[in-house]
Design a protein around this ligand. Structure first.
Ligand code: PLP
Length: 360
């Protein structure tokens, strides 16, 4: 049975992207691959608003999230935590044997810049991890305010996850002074899972050069040396890179600004629907994500029954809450190719089901 995903990743992949991905293989050390890789560079740099190289990793985002720690943390890392993914990053820092500080906020709260300043001022840290858009709670922190604080500490290398906000809102890497900015394929880029993209500053590379035991697969210096030749360190998932080429062409055709505006409109539609039904967002609306809505289940709807009916009758799936928020919230993604029409259709289906599904 095929159905359409409105969960916050992976999301629906269009037939055009699958078609692009089915191109014949080329050798990953061939001129054809180099042309593909180098052709993508200027377009990826434009989307990251950077002059730094944008590397392509065959891994999900966690590969680069873990790899970044191994590349840049010498003294200690401050993990800013306000949801499942950012909390996990603290766990991963410890698993990598790093000194890791936990700056914890309640789920649904944004990361507070003043608290970050206070922690960094202790001098214990030479790196920081930040998640721009905490997907588990639909909370978008104020990245500009946070990076203004981080820039007060020139020895600190910043690692920023924009996995579920990349191409939804502009994230100006160089202007904000972000050292490592990373994203993954299966969120707003609407590609299948398996690829991550990450742009790395010279400062982060210089730090990496001084750190032993960076490993191989995610070594920034290996990525850079291969990048100079238009290649990746190991055999990449070439099919996904062909998909990325097609997606980037679509984004250029639509225009990045139009893409941001489209996401803002579809996100607002979900918010209006939610209000109409007497629901509320989990986060403060001032920090609401633009790529998904994390809605508190204030009406005590049986979310499992709702989703089951949605799938059976309308071949759509939403998310019933992540981790400890399961059943207490539900999440609707408006990432990727969704339009006002497709989101309105989903919301119309939910209207019908809400009048029928019992409370839990
Ligand atoms: C989905 C997601 C991740 C993890 O991505 P994987 O592809 O599972 O590695 C990390 N951070 C955020 C904010 C995410 O939304």
């Amino acid at each position: 049975m095929s159905y359409k995903l409105f969960i916050p990743g992976p999301i629906e992949v269009s037939p055009a992207i699958f078609a692009a991905m089915s191109k014949p293989m080329v050798g990953h050390r061939s001129k054809d691959f180099v042309a593909l890789y180098q052709g993508l560079q200027p377009d990826l740099q434009a989307l990251f608003y950077t002059r730094d190289p944008v590397y392509i990793s065959t891994s999900s985002s966690w590969g680069v999230m873990e790899g970044s720690l191994r590349n840049v943390v010498a003294k200690g890392v401050l993990n800013c935590m306000n949801g499942a993914f950012s909390d996990k990053w603290n766990d991963v820092s410890k698993r990598c044997g790093k000194e890791a500080g936990a700056l914890q906020f309640e789920w649904g709260q944004p990361v507070d810049p003043a608290a970050v300043r206070k922690e960094l001022a202790t001098g214990k840290y030479d790196a920081i991890t930040l998640i721009h858009n905490e997907t588990s709670t639909g909370t978008m922190s104020d990245l500009a305010a946070l990076m203004a604080v981080v820039r007060e500490f020139p020895d600190v290398v910043s690692i920023v996850d924009c996995v579920s906000s990349f191409s939804v809102v502009p994230i100006k890497k160089d202007e904000l002074g972000i050292d490592v900015l990373l994203t993954g394929s299966q969120k707003a880029l609407a590609l299948p899972p398996g690829l991550s993209l990450f742009a790395v500053s010279e400062k982060a590379r210089q730090r990496a050069a001084k750190i032993p035991a960076r490993g191989y697969y995610f070594d920034f210096l290996e990525f850079h040396a291969n990048h100079e030749k238009g290649m990746t360190p190991s055999t990449p998932c070439i099919s996904l890179i062909n998909g990325l080429r097609a997606k980037v062409d679509e984004i250029k055709k639509e225009g990045a600004e139009n893409r941001y505006a489209r996401h803002a409109k579809t996100n607002a539609l979900v918010h209006a629907w939610m209000t109409k039904h007497g629901f509320k967002l989990l986060p403060d609306p001032a920090y609401a994500s633009k790529s998904l809505s994390c809605i508190a289940n204030t009406r005590n709807v049986d979310l499992e029954a709702l989703n089951k009916a949605l799938k059976a009758r309308f071949a759509c799936v939403i998310d019933g809450g992540y981790g400890k928020l399961k059943g207490k919230t539900f999440r609707i993604s408006n990432m990727g190719d969704e339009t006002e029409a497709t989101i309105a259709q989903l919301l119309g289906n939910l209207d019908i089901l809400l009048s029928e599904v019992p409370k839990s």
